[in-house]
Design a protein around this ligand. Sequence first.
Ligand SMILES: Cc1cc2nc3c(=O)[nH]c(=O)nc-3n(C[C@H](O)[C@H](O)[C@H](O)COP(=O)(O)OP(=O)(O)OC[C@H]3O[C@@H](n4cnc5c(N)ncnc54)[C@H](O)[C@@H]3O)c2cc1C
Length: 379
Amino acid sequence: MHYDVAVIGGGPSGAVAAAELAKAGHSTILIERNLANVKPCGGAIPLGLIEEFSIPDELVEKKLSRMSVRSPHGRTISMHMPNGYVGMVRRERFDQYLRQKAVSAGAELVEALVKKIERSSDRFTIHLSRDLPPVEASYIIGADGANSKTADELGFPPNDLKVIAMQQRFHYCDELKPYEELVEIWFDGEVSPDFYGWIFPKTDHIAIGTGTEEHRHNIRQLQQRFVEKIGIREKPYLDEAAKIPMKPRSSFTQQRAILVGDAAGLVTPANGEGIFFAMRSGKLGALAMIEQIRHKTPLAEYEKTFRKLYAPIFFGLQVLQSVYYRNDRLRESFVAICRDQDVQEITFDSYLYKKMIPAPWSVQMKIMAKNVYHLVKGC
Ligand SMILES: Cc1cc2nc3c(=O)[nH]c(=O)nc-3n(C[C@H](O)[C@H](O)[C@H](O)COP(=O)(O)OP(=O)(O)OC[C@H]3O[C@@H](n4cnc5c(N)ncnc54)[C@H](O)[C@@H]3O)c2cc1C
C-alpha cells in the first residue's frame, strides 16, 4: 500500500502531525509500536497548549494555579498564577485521545514496530513487525521519541540524550495530602545534582520524579532519597523511567523526511518540558509537508520556523540551567530570586504561552541586580 506520508510514532508529536495531514486530504498512515504504551511522563501542560489544541476538560485532571519551589535548605517560595494554570494530564488517556483525533481526520492507524526503512529516489519502504507487509510512502515524519529508529535509519545527526528521568506514582496518603492542589518543584542536590525533582498531583494519584544527566548519577538512589525527604511511607504502585533529549539535533530536516518532538530533541533545558514542543513541531512539520506536496516549498522551512519561534526560549533556559543548577549554593540563590513578583510574572507568562515579552527596562535592571545580590550572598 502506498501513502503520501508515513508518520512513525503515535505519541503527541506524531498524532498531531497525522491529524493535520489527514485533515488536508493527504493519505497518511500513523504507525505506533504499542497502542497500550504508557509514556513515562509528568503530564504537566501549559494553558496555551490546552487552548491551541482544544484539549477537552475531561482530559485535564487538575488545573493548578498554585506552585511552590523548594531550596536545598528547605526554604519554600509559594507562587500563584493569576492568569492561568498548569494542566495535569495522564498520558495513557491523552495520547489515545490525540491518536483518535488523527483517525477521525482520516489517518490510518496501525499497531506495529518499524524495523527498517529503505529509501529510493521517490519513496520510502517501511518494514514492520508482526509479519505485516511493508508500507510505502513518499514522505516520512519521524515521531518515534528519544531513541528514534527513523533518525538512525535515515542518517540524521545524533540526538544529545542528556537526562534520564524517573517517576513513581503513589496513591494519596496522609503525607501527600498537602500536595493535592499544588505543583511543587525541588531544587536540591540530594534530589538531583543537575536537574530538579517534581511533585505533580493527579485525580487519583501523585506523580513524583527526578532527573539527572545520563551516566553521571544513580537515578534510583536519587529518587529514593527524594521520597524519603518528602516523608512518604507508602510504596509506589508504578515505577517509570525514560530519557529526555534536551537539545535539538543539529539538523532535523531532510529533503523528504523530518523529525518532530523528542525524535528531534525538542525538549527545553532546565524544565524538561516536551509535550508542548512535540505538538507544536508535529503541527509545524505537517504544515510544511503539506506546502512541499502542493507547492514544492522546501521542508527546511519547518526547521527554520521552529528555530525562529523557539530558539530564544531554548537558549534562555540553557543559560539558566548552566548558571544555577551547578551546586546547592547556586540553587539556594535561584529559589531566593523566585520570591520576586516580576520574576514570577515573567516565568509564568513565558511558560503558559511560550512568548518572550521583554520586561520594562527598570524591571530588567532590578532583576539583574537581585541576581547579582543573591549569587554573591549565596541565598
Ligand atoms: C519521566 C518524564 C517526565 C516528563 N514530564 C513531562 C511533563 O510533565 N511535561 C512535559 O511537557 N514533558 C514531560 N516530559 C517530556 C515528554 O514526555 C516528551 O517530550 C513527549 O512525550 C514527547 O512526545 P513525542 O510524541 O515526541 O514522543 P513520545 O511521547 O516518546 O512518543 C513516541 C512514540 O513512538 C513510538 N515508537 C518508538 N519507536 C517506534 C518504532 N520503531 N515503531 C513504531 N513506533 C515507535 C513509542 O511507542 C511512542 O508512543 C517528561 C519525560 C519524562 C521521561
